[in-house]
Design a binder for this molecule. Sequence first.
Ligand SMILES: NC(=O)c1ccc[n+]([C@@H]2O[C@H](COP(=O)([O-])OP(=O)(O)OC[C@H]3O[C@@H](n4cnc5c(N)ncnc54)[C@H](O)[C@@H]3O)[C@@H](O)[C@H]2O)c1
Length: 311
Amino acid sequence: MPKVAVIGAGLIGRSWAMVFARAGWSVRLTDASPAALAAAPRLLRAALADQARHGLVADPRGAAKRIALVRTIAEAAAGADFVQECGPETIAEKIAIFKAIDAAAPARAIFASSSSAIAASKFTKRLSGRARCLVAHPVNPPHLVPIVELCPAPWTARKTVTTARRIYERIGQVPILVRREIEGFILNRLQGALLAEAFRLIGAGYVSAADLDKTIRDGLGLRWSFMGPVETIELNAPRGIADYCARYTGFYKRLQGSPAPAAVYETRNTRRVIRSWGKPLKPARHAAKTRWRDARLAALVAHKRRQQGFA
Ligand SMILES: NC(=O)c1ccc[n+]([C@@H]2O[C@H](COP(=O)([O-])OP(=O)(O)OC[C@H]3O[C@@H](n4cnc5c(N)ncnc54)[C@H](O)[C@@H]3O)[C@@H](O)[C@H]2O)c1
């Protein structure tokens, strides 16, 4: 049975532990906080049971049993084939954690960081095992959203990337390759472009926050749940992408002439967005809405698994 060490038992670490365990891997999960580690088994059992209800895991109890809790990074990484780091999003913490992993893991192991925004070159430069390090950025929660952005540092070995890609595919994720380091990788740059325009439109009073959300939820998002923006425009003109570009890029060029400015994120504007959305959720409602989102996601993922791509 292949072995993975998951470092950090927070939101993302617990989710990765389930992704590997439900695919048959033996998981060692560790955290610097005893409280976080102690809370993990109950949370893991509940989340695996939820996934089983949607047919996303065949044997939730068996998967839970494959996740062992250990106290230190050294114990987790010893004998591991793969390490998924899910610690805090600071360069200093990532440097310390990767140093401890490098000291304890076998030579064959690959070290992947879940980092949202810190490139691997920022925290692996001085490691002797730096050729086997890369970023593997998931989306929250990776046990329900399969995309994972692989982003190597300039010194990451090609074999590290190809092996990591194969492993993520085997455990049911959808890896993509970010060919060289860029802030925000791919997903958050796309999300950022959309969010900036949304904040501009709401802040300037063109649309309410609720109506803007409908534009995605009941408009663009419906297609986006099974095809990307490039495939979308391929079908939005009778002769494909070149035809689409000839017809519609005049408007897009004008739009890019005045992109949303950074000021859309300043308090004066964010207050307008918050006011437009309405009252903030109380903590209990926030937790309930997160569970509702995860149930909807699980149902959507189960639906997508039953569908076939265009052949
Ligand atoms: N939350 C998200 O939406 C999201 C999405 C994609 C990627 N990420 C990335 O995943 C990583 C983890 O994020 P999270 O949301 O799970 O954070 P989190 O705060 O929920 O979990 C981090 C955990 O790391 C533990 N920790 C701190 N120092 C440690 C150490 N030295 N050794 C072991 N464990 C340690 C903490 O106790 C905590 O339980 C971050 O790099 C984050 O940027 C987060």
